[in-house]
Design a protein around this ligand. Structure first.
Ligand code: AMP
Length: 315
């Protein structure tokens, strides 16, 4: 099984209450691919500039990620500058230098054509739609977006949403996309735009999934499901939490023989686990040293955190 991901491979300059870093490795598909690589094979499509060195690519290849779909173009790599003030759940974008992304035309290498799962990471929805149209036979398509595209490129985004199975967005984006303050109504309106399921991420408070009636075979009775987030004493850098969540979630799904409601729910827990590791250090540092055993230990913590005995009185 393999996931094909398209998204940004980037350099980030970030300031958080814990410190400041300049031009460190980041990008929506970088975080996604690293997180998903603990569960399944991952193939990346993207573009980088001349400042992207072999040591940056090695962060991905050391985890077995297939980077043959990352093009090198003359110029500089996409560079995002952002900060987090009091609210660690929401980044303030200070600058977006598209650089080589400005002229990017995604091409899918022949060796990637048999990928069963597609993840449309956060980039221009026109590029997301272009990749989607070149992969008509995938089993499942999952995608992400951000306020920039909802606010200024809505028409393009709505075209992309029509062809999506699962959309991951955060609370603010769900409100912005739907015009609804209430989460249930927001989820319904978002699903009316196309996705069969929507996962609304609540930052440090977990995530909730909603399904359209009978979204997938076997999901006829599936109501909303809430997965927790681990209360952490310190969040060093929230950048990449959403993409790592997506990588854990989708990576786990791709590793399973069949998409069932139980697999979907466990996948949401693995998403939370991967997001919780990413925020412990700046950039991709924590994901680079992580082991599968640490992931499983934390998964157990997530289960304990949210486990309720049915017959508490007898326990
Ligand atoms: P998140 O997981 O939502 O924190 O996403 C963080 C990553 O998104 C950062 O590493 C950035 O490089 C990337 N990013 C920020 N803005 C954009 C954008 N407009 N297009 C593509 N990627 C972006």
């Amino acid at each position: 099984m393999a996931i094909l991901v398209v998204g940004s491979v980037a350099f980030d300059s970030i300031e958080t209450p814990s410190g400041k870093v300049e031009k460190v490795l980041g990008g929506s598909s970088t975080y996604f691919a690293l997180a998903a690589s603990f569960f399944t094979n991952v193939r990346v499509i993207g573009v980088v500039g001349e400042d992207f060195l072999p040591e940056h690519e090695a962060v991905m290849t050391r985890r077995g990620i297939d980077t043959r779909g990352i093009e090198r173009a003359p110029g500089l790599t996409f560079h995002w500058t952002g900060e987090y003030k009091e609210n660690l759940s929401e980044a303030k974008t200070l600058k977006t230098d598209l650089n080589v992304f400005a002229d990017f035309q995604p091409k899918i290498p022949a060796v990637y054509q048999d990928s069963e799962y597609l993840f449309l990471g956060n980039i221009d929805p026109v590029l997301q739609a272009l990749v989607r149209s070149q992969m008509p036979d995938v089993k499942l398509v999952c995608g992400d977006t951000m306020n920039l595209w909802i606010g200024h490129f809505r028409e393009n985004l709505e075209k992309m949403l029509k062809d999506l199975d699962v959309l991951l967005i955060n609370d603010g984006e769900a409100k912005m996309l739907s015009g609804e303050r209430n989460m249930v109504l927001a989820a319904e309106k978002v699903m009316a735009l196309g996705p069969k399921a929507v996962i609304i991420k609540h930052g440090e408070f977990g995530a909730t999934s909603f399904f359209r009636g009978g979204a997938f075979p076997g999901f006829e009775q599936s109501g909303p499901f809430r997965a927790p987030a681990l209360p952490l004493a310190e969040v060093v850098d929230p950048t990449g939490a959403g993409d790592s969540f997506a990588g854990g979630f989708y990576g786990y799904i791709a590793s399973q023989p069949k998409l069932t409601p139980a697999v979907f729910r466990r996948a949401l827990f693995y998403g939370g686990v991967m997001g919780s590791f990413t925020v412990e250090q700046f950039s991709t540092t924590r994901l680079e040293t992580l082991t599968r055993a640490e992931i499983e230990d934390r998964f157990k913590l997530f289960v304990q955190l949210s486990h309720l005995e049915q017959d508490d009185e007898q326990a």
